[in-house]
Structure formats: C-alpha cells, structure tokens
Ligand binder design. Structure first.
Ligand SMILES: Nc1ncnc2c1ncn2[C@@H]1O[C@H](COP(=O)(O)OP(=O)(O)OP(=O)(O)O)[C@@H](O)[C@H]1O
Ligand SMILES: O=P(O)(O)OC[C@H]1O[C@H](OP(=O)(O)OP(=O)(O)O)[C@H](O)[C@@H]1O
Ligand SMILES: O=C(O)c1cccnc1
Length: 481
C-alpha cells in the first residue's frame, strides 16, 4: 500500500472531466482512442533541471479506479448525467496504456514525462490525479535536491511534516524528499510505508519539561546513550546549552562506553554559534560530536552559512522544503497529442500566441543521448514513437527554434525515457524501492554537466525535436494559420 488512507480516490477529479466524459459518451465518442501527454514548461526557481517523482502513486491510483454505488448515487443527484453514462461508470475498468519517465530521472521542460493512450473518456478522466501526484512529488524532489546539493555532502534530514499542507503533503513530500537526496525524515509513517529512515532529535518542550536543562539532557542521555543528540538552544547556546551537553556527555555517556552523536542548534546566528560550539566541543575532547543546524533553512541559507564558514555537519530542513516555499508550483500540464482514426494515429496540436505554449503533436518518445566517453548527457530528443536513435548511426541535432544551429554527434549512446507502465489497463511496471530510486537519481544527476547543475543562470539543457517531428509540428502550425 502506498497511500496512508485506503481511500478510493476515483472521485478526486475535476468536475469537467466527468461532464466531458458524459458528453463523449453521448456523442458515441467515449471509446475513441486518444493520446495525452503530461509535460511541464518551467523549472522551479529557474533551475537547470527538475526530478521526476510520483509514478508509484499514479500506478496505485490507476489500479484502484472504480465508481461505487455511493459515487453513482452522488453523480445521479447532480441531475446532469445520463443514466446510460452512469451505468457505464458502474462497470468502469481502466484499460489504457501508460508510459512514464522513471522516478528519479532529471526532466526538462517541453518533453513528455508521462503519456496515456486509451479511450478518451478514460484517458481524459485521469488528468487531475496524474497531474496533482506528479506535480507535487516532482516539485518536492526537485526542491530537496537543491537543498541537498547546497549542503555539499552533509546529510539533510526532512523535518517538515508539521508544516506540510495536509497528510499527503507530509507523507508523499517525505518520499519525494528522500528521492531528491534527503538522508532521512522525521515522518514516521513514511518510514513504515516506504522504508525510508525515520530519525530525529528532541523538541524544546523536552528541555522545558524538566526543572533544569541539565536534568533534561541527563535523562535523554540515559535513555538514548547510543544516539544522543541534544538540543542546546532552549536557554542560551554557549552559556548553558553546550556546557551542559558536554557535562552530560562526560558523566552519562563516557562511563558507559558511548560517544555523543551530536548537538542541535535551532536559532540565532548559525555560523557564529556553530563555530563557537565546535571550539567548546573540541576543547572538551568531543571532536567527533556532530553539529546539526535547523531553523527555517533552505538552499540559499545553507549555502550562505557554509560560505561564512559555519561548522555544521548535518541539517534538518522543514517548512521551506516540504512546501517548496520559494516556488510552490510545479506547472505540469496534460494535453491531447493525438487520436486514432481508422487505425491511424492523427496528431493534434494546440496553438497559442505564446510560442512556448504551442504543444508538440503526435505519439512520441523521448531519448536521452549520452557522450560515450564521459557518460555525460548531451541532449534529449523528442521523436515520434516509431523512430529509433542510436545503433551506431550518427545523429544530427538541431535547435527547434534556430534550425541553423546544428551538430552531428557520433560517439554516443541513447536510451528511451518513456517506459511502459500499463498495457491495456494491466500494470507492467515494478516500481523500485525509494532507496533504489534515490540511488538512481544520484547517478543520473552525475550525468549532467556542472553548468546545468548550478543555481544561478544554469545552461539550458537541449531538448530537441527529431526531424520528422519538427516537420510535422511545423506543417501543423502552418495549416492552423
Ligand atoms: N549566519 C546566518 N546567515 C544567514 N542566515 C542565517 C544565519 N543564521 C541563521 N540564519 C537564518 O536566519 C533566519 C532567521 O532567524 P531569526 O533571526 O528569526 O531567528 P531565530 O534565531 O529563529 O529567532 P528565535 O530565537 O525567535 O527562534 C532563519 O531562517 C535562519 O536559518
Ligand atoms: O524550521 P524548519 O525548517 O521548519 O524545521 C523544523 C522546525 O520544527 C521544529 O520547530 P518547532 O518550533 O515547530 O518545534 P520545537 O519546539 O521542537 O522547536 C524544529 O525545532 C525546527 O525549527
Ligand atoms: O527530530 C527533530 O529534531 C525534529 C523533528 C521535526 C521537526 N523539527 C525537529
């Protein structure tokens, strides 16, 4: 089970999906085969890449689609749905094909990251949940990864449940955070469900509950000698918190053969306090005692305090991660790309004044091309689904907007990113564990050039169209003029 409540989320859909489905049904259109693509247009915070996440929960949702009698009665009560349509919903069985880019893969604007093919009434209907699931988790995985990269190898713990936007925000946010590189989470249920390590320290209330800070530290050290991290900022970090921690480490841990795990600083100037605390700990013979920092951190503050010379070994990050506070929207959209007519795929396009918003028509595949020698990713190429790239053949890349910019590459490998997930409604994909996804994500990010990784003005990674696809799109745009 990958949902925290065993609820059927079939009715979690925008109402227009239902009115359209009813309409398709009445127009005898419901079984016409359509292709929908999910893609996004903008990388949060103008970053160089985003991270795909949420596929496992999309699978879970699609496998559990069904309307029960209460749903049907509710819809009947609306007074706008045809009885025959309601009967059709009663026997609804998801029978579409779905392809998705595997979770943990770096993704780029404009490329399909998930495609659904099937009867339009169904393929249209699943839009809302697919978008909300992938938008949420990709947003948080992308944000978490920025924070993790800012920490430069120091572990980052996800502390955000209490400030998440609801239960799903906390649980799937924790899942996505670990995909993006967090070492663990404070979210216990996420550990139970996804096997991602739950960890934590203590709250200020623990310290306040005792007559003195010293008593609070002593009690904690006695109960948890093997993993003793003491919160040192309830009263005064340097005058009482750290000295009391040192005393307790000496009196409670050393005699029992334990070493301290750490102290946590949760307020004030982290750079100043961590440096002073480090010196006190070192002078007391606890050079191995880690310093955890928390308090409304994000990638910018972490980067700043490290540049300032903070002495921090790990970070706890909550609200700004779990809500992706600096940019809380991952604007993935779901657009019709083609229909089938008389056994042929007929591409569809959506025209806009804004060139970026013109959709790319047809049933497509996305190929990632890697330089053979360095293993680095060169570009992604969106092709029609029946095209193949690789097999030792040179390939000409060209910029879809400035077509005179061309380059022929020879020594490369190519892999298709869109992977079959459902065939005719049957799941054909085994989701990896979150740990495996996180490891894959790390390895994939290593294939990106430094220039794409940086926070400020990263290079735009190439997402090109194949010649047949570019020609098709051009032709359709001209026809629509
Ligand atoms: N050296 C630093 N450079 C930049 N930002 C820092 C530094 N130290 C802490 N911060 C950040 O400054 C922000 C504000 O901290 P603020 O002054 O509100 O304090 P506080 O110490 O939490 O106050 P309180 O004692 O009320 O909890 C936090 O987001 C914190 O992460
Ligand atoms: O600041 P964030 O990035 O969201 O990290 C999580 C915060 O949650 C806790 O504070 P809170 O005041 O809720 O509880 P506490 O009494 O345990 O400090 C913790 O001490 C952190 O400050
Ligand atoms: O374990 C912690 O230190 C923790 C957990 C949640 C929020 N803040 C801190």
């Amino acid at each position: 089970m990958s949902r925290y409540v065993d609820a059927n989320l079939t009715m979690l859909t925008d109402f227009y999906e239902l009115t359209m489905a009813n309409g398709y049904f009445l127009e005898r259109f419901a079984d016409r085969v359509a292709y929908f693509d999910m893609f996004f247009r903008h990388i949060p915070e103008d970053g160089g890449f985003a991270i795909m996440a949420g596929v496992e929960q999309v699978i879970d949702y699609l496998q559990n689609l069904s309307f029960d009698e209460d749903d049907i009665a509710y819809l009947r009560g609306k007074g706008i749905f045809d009885d025959r349509f309601l009967d059709y919903l009663r026997s609804f069985r998801f029978c579409c094909d779905v392809w998705a880019v595997p979770e943990g893969t770096p993704i780029f604007p404009g490329e399909p990251i998930l495609t659904v093919r099937g009867p339009v009434a169904q393929a249209q209907f699943v839009e809302t949940m697919i978008l909300l699931t992938v938008n949420h988790q990709s947003l948080i995985a992308t944000k978490a990864n920025r924070i993790v990269r800012a920490a430069q190898g120091r572990p980052v713990m996800e502390f955000g449940s209490r400030r998440a936007q609801g239960g799903d925000g906390a649980i799937f946010g924790a899942r996505a955070a670990v995909i993006g590189g967090c070492a663990g989470t404070a979210c216990t249920i996420a550990d139970r469900q996804f096997g991602i390590p739950a960890m934590g320290t203590m709250a200020h209330s623990w310290v306040q509950m005792f007559d003195t800070e010293l008593d609070a530290f002593r009690a904690y050290a006695r109960i948890y000698p093997q993993n003793c991290v003491l919160l040192v900022d309830t009263y005064n970090v340097l005058k009482s918190g750290v000295p009391n921690a040192i005393r307790v480490f000496r009196e409670e841990l050393l005699p029992r053969g334990f070493r301290p795990a750490g102290i946590r600083i949760d307020s004030g100037d982290i750079t100043y306090l961590s440096r002073k605390a480090r010196k006190l700990l070192d002078d007391a013979g606890f050079a191995d005692c880690g310093i955890v920092a928390s308090n409304s951190l994000d990638e910018y503050i972490i980067r700043d305090i490290l540049v300032q010379g903070a002495n921090v070994d790990s970070f706890g990050v909550g609200e700004r991660l779990i809500t992706s506070r600096s940019e809380p929207v991952f604007g993935g959209v779901y657009k019709l790309a083609a229909v089938e007519q008389d056994g042929r795929i007929v591409p569809k396009i959506k025209i806009s004044e804004n060139v970026e918003k013109i959709t790319t028509p047809g049933f497509k595949q996305v190929w990632r091309l890697y330089e053979r020698e360095s293993g680095k990713a060169i570009a992604d190429v969106i092709t029609l689904a029946d095209e193949t790239i690789g097999g030792g053949q040179p390939y000409e890349l060209f910029d879809p907007e400035h077509t005179w910019k061309r380059k022929t590459i020879t020594d490369f490998t190519a892999r298709p990113l869109l992977t079959p997930v459902f065939r005719a409604g049957e799941c054909v994909y085994q989701s990896p564990s979150v740990k495996e996804i996180a490891a894959y994500c790390r390895a994939q990010i290593d294939t990106l050039w430094e220039e794409v990784l940086r926070f400020e003005n990263p290079h735009r990674y190439y997402v090109d169209l194949s010649r047949p696809l570019w020609t098709l799109k051009q032709h359709m745009m001209e026809q629509m003029q």
